[in-house]
Design a binder for this molecule. Structure first.
Ligand code: SF4
Length: 337
C-alpha cells in the first residue's frame, strides 16, 4: 500500500525516550501546519488511489483534540474524494484509551501504528519509554477489537536488550496477531540521552552484521506465520545520516536482511545441486546488496550457480531434484560468513 507521510515530529509527546531525537532524525523537523499539509497532499496524491495518509513522528492521539480534528478533517476530504483509501496515525501504547480509539475510528482513521518497541519491562524501563508491556498488549488488542488495522513497531537492540529479548518481543507481538510489524534496530543519534550513555561506555549498539543476522531471524519468524513486515531499518534521511553517531544503520538495511535469508537458503540448496533456479524478481535479493551473496557463493561454493527462471514461484528455489521455499530452507539454521 502506498503511504503519503505527513511528519509531526515529537508533536503531542509528553516523553523523551532515551533514543529519540525526532528533530535530528528526519529532515522535516518542524510540525507541518494545516495549510502546508493541504498543499503537500494536493501535490502528491493521485486522482484515485488506495493508499493512506500517515501522520508520523509524534504521538498523534495526545495532540490537543482540536489539532487532531483539524488534521483528520483535512485528510478525510481526500478520503472522501477517493484519492486515498484511509488515514494512518502512529502513537504510544499508553495514549490509546477506549474513548480515544472510538474517536479515532469515528474520525476516519483506518490504521494505527503503535510504538511498542519491546515487550520486556526491564528494556522499556532502561529506555525511558514511560509505559509497560501490558500497556502495549492492551492497546493492540483494543485497537484490533475496534476494527482498526494495527501495526506493531519494534526496536531490537535497546539498552538492556539482547537477541533473546528481541525474539521474545517479536513472538509476543505475533501472538497478538496485529496487521503488520515494523522493525528498526536501535541507533545512536546525537543529542539523545543514549548518545551520552554511548559516549561514556554505558551502551554498546549492535554491529551492522549482528543486526542483519538477528533481523533475518525475525523476518523468518514473521514469514513463517505470514505476518507482513512493512519495513526493516530506518528510512534513509540526510538529517539522520548527519546526526548518526553509532549503530546498525544502512540505507539498504531491508535488502541486507532479505539477502541474509537467501544466503542461508543458498547454503543448504548448494548441497542438493550445482544449479539453483529462482524467480527473476527475487534475483536482486538472492545476489545481495552489491552482489555480496554472489561473492560469498564464489568463495564458499564456487561450483554452484544461480539462474533466473520465471517458471519458479517467487520465494522458492528449484534445485535438480525439487523446489523448496526460501522459508523452509533458511529455517534449517546456520549463520554463515
Ligand atoms: S514516544 Fe515516540 S516521539 Fe515520544 S520520545 Fe518516545 S520515540 Fe520520541
Amino acid at each position: 500500500m502506498r503511504i503519503y507521510p505527513v511528519f509531526i515530529p515529537h508533536a503531542g509527546c509528553p516523553h523523551r525516550c532515551l533514543f529519540c531525537a525526532q528533530d535530528r532524525s528526519i529532515s522535516q523537523s518542524v510540525v507541518a501546519d494545516f495549510k502546508s499539509v493541504t498543499n503537500f497532499l494536493e501535490e502528491v496524491l493521485p486522482q484515485q488511489g488506495d493508499g493512506e495518509i500517515a501522520f508520523y513522528g509524534g504521538t498523534f492521539s495526545l495532540l490537543p483534540s482540536i489539532q487532531q480534528d483539524q488534521y483528520l478533517t483535512i485528510a478525510g476530504r481526500f478520503v472522501a474524494s477517493g484519492q486515498v483509501a484511509g488515514i494512518r496515525i502512529s502513537t504510544r501504547p499508553d495514549a490509546l484509551d477506549d474513548r480515544c480509539i472510538a474517536r479515532l475510528r469515528i474520525s476516519g482513521v483506518t490504521t494505527v501504528e503503535i510504538g511498542c518497541q519491546s515487550f520486556s519491562e526491564s528494556v522499556l524501563t532502561a529506555s525511558g519509554r514511560g509505559h509497560t508491556a501490558s500497556d502495549s498488549i492492551s492497546a493492540v488488542r483494543r485497537c484490533l477489537k475496534a476494527g482498526l488495522q494495527v501495526g506493531v513497531q519494534l526496536m531490537p537492540g535497546l539498552p538492556g536488550g539482547d537477541a533473546e529479548e528481541a525474539l521474545m518481543s517479536l513472538r509476543q507481538a505475533l501472538e497478538l496477531k496485529p496487521s503488520f510489524v515494523r522493525i528498526y534496530p536501535t541507533v545512536v543519534i546525537d543529542g539523545t540521552v543514549l548518545a551520552d550513555f554511548w559516549k561514556s561506555g554505558g551502551y554498546q549498539p549492535w554491529t551492522l552484521d549482528e543486526a542483519v543476522d538477528l533481523c533475518a531471524d525475525m523476518l523468518l519468524l514473521c514469514r513463517q506465520v505470514e505476518m507482513p513486515v512493512i519495513r526493516l531499518g530506518l528510512q534513509r534521511d540526510p538529517q539522520l545520516e548527519e546526526n548518526l553517531l553509532a549503530g546498525p544503520y544502512h540505507p539498504a538495511f531491508g535488502q541486507l536482511v532479505r539477502s541474509r535469508l537467501w544466503r542461508r537458503a543458498l547454503y543448504h540448496a548448494g548441497s542438493h545441486g550445482k544449479q539453483i533456479y529462482v524467480n527473476p524478481n527475487d534475483l536482486s535479493d538472492v545476489m545481495g546488496h552489491r552482489n555480496e551473496n554472489r561473492d560469498w557463493l564464489k568463495r564458499t561454493r564456487p561450483a554452484v550457480c544461480v539462474i533466473a527462471d520465471k517458471a519458479v514461484f517467487r520465494g522458492f528455489l528449484r534445485m535438480s531434484d525439487r523446489e523448496v521455499s526460501l522459508i523452509d530452507l533458511s529455517a534449517q539454521g546456520g549463520h554463515y560468513d
